[in-house]
Design a protein around this ligand. Sequence first.
Ligand code: ADP
Length: 361
Amino acid sequence: DSNPPPRRGAANRSAVPSPASVNYSTVAEKPVRQVVSASDMPPADNENDDSEEKKEFDAFGCDAELVDMIKSTMLMKHPNVHWNDIAGLEEAKRLLTEAIVLPMAIPEFFTGIRRAWKGICMCGPPGTGKTLLAKAVATECNTTFFSVSSSSMASKYRGDSEKLVKLLFTMARFYAPSVIFFDEVDSACSHRGAEGEHEASRRFKSELLVQMDGCIDGTDKPVLVLAATNHPWLLDSALLRRMEKRIYIGLPDLAGRIAFLKSNFSEVKLAEDVDFETLAHELEGYSGSDIASICRDAALAPLRDYTKNLSLDECKAPDVTKFDLPLEMRHFRTAISRASPTSSPKDIEKYIKWMEEHGST
Ligand code: ADP
């Protein structure tokens, strides 16, 4: 047989479509590699893979414990969040598809001038869906996906964080194509020499920069870095340069808020007076996370009304359908009046200004 053996991560790729012609909801159906659980790392392409893996890690001189720790705490296993689970943010989904999902699915297309971005940073107010988007990227990519909490990297693994970053990238390269997601990246990568910066954090940052530089080397086995931050202005400028794409994840717009309400209440009994469009107008300025809390609060309001004058025994009566009363407009309005938006208009202005100067979409 003259056919060469399959290359790592090259499974099931056929003709290369142009990104513009790809419907990104179907990209996930072109799995490159599927990680099932921490103890079930990507299946070996051939029987030598175990020794290959051992050789690689031995060469690195790391202890198996650290490898296992990364596998068990940082490998994202089936987050099962799909683009459709995220209300609005259509532009962000499009950008992430083009910048990460497609390069993972068809790396041979993304070479030369079309090479994938080295790093992509999602910037924006808290609770706007950055982590959710990262989980959707992991689901849609269906490749090796490491998720790292930068704050625990900086605090919990202080002394080891530099070593850990190095090993993380070694593993990511080994299992490439892979994505490494750094949540709250500012907590470990603020300005160099910032007051109170710990020596370990400085070393962590330097190592991250070195590793990112080593990521894009013209091969078709990409290792991409995705990061999220609520404080982009705190980021180290050297890191910022390597985050070639900086995308803004903002508060949901009107259409996003309507979509959010519709998806949250698709299976809930609603009174006739409920009008999502009116409510969406009243929810202007609230983040996705704020709206999620308001929805949960409102959803319980009929039960609250009903049980107000009942004893616990009466509440425990067998027929729970009696609690399933229709949700009225006033229930939503009470929930809205009880919650304030997490970010003020002034906070949002600060993000917009920063994006105008540093954004790249
Ligand atoms: P961030 O990482 O930007 O701080 P998260 O992604 O952690 O925000 O979002 C927190 C929670 O808010 C999510 O678990 C989800 O319940 C809700 N949420 C935020 N934005 C959205 C959205 N666009 N669609 C659906 N849920 C959202």
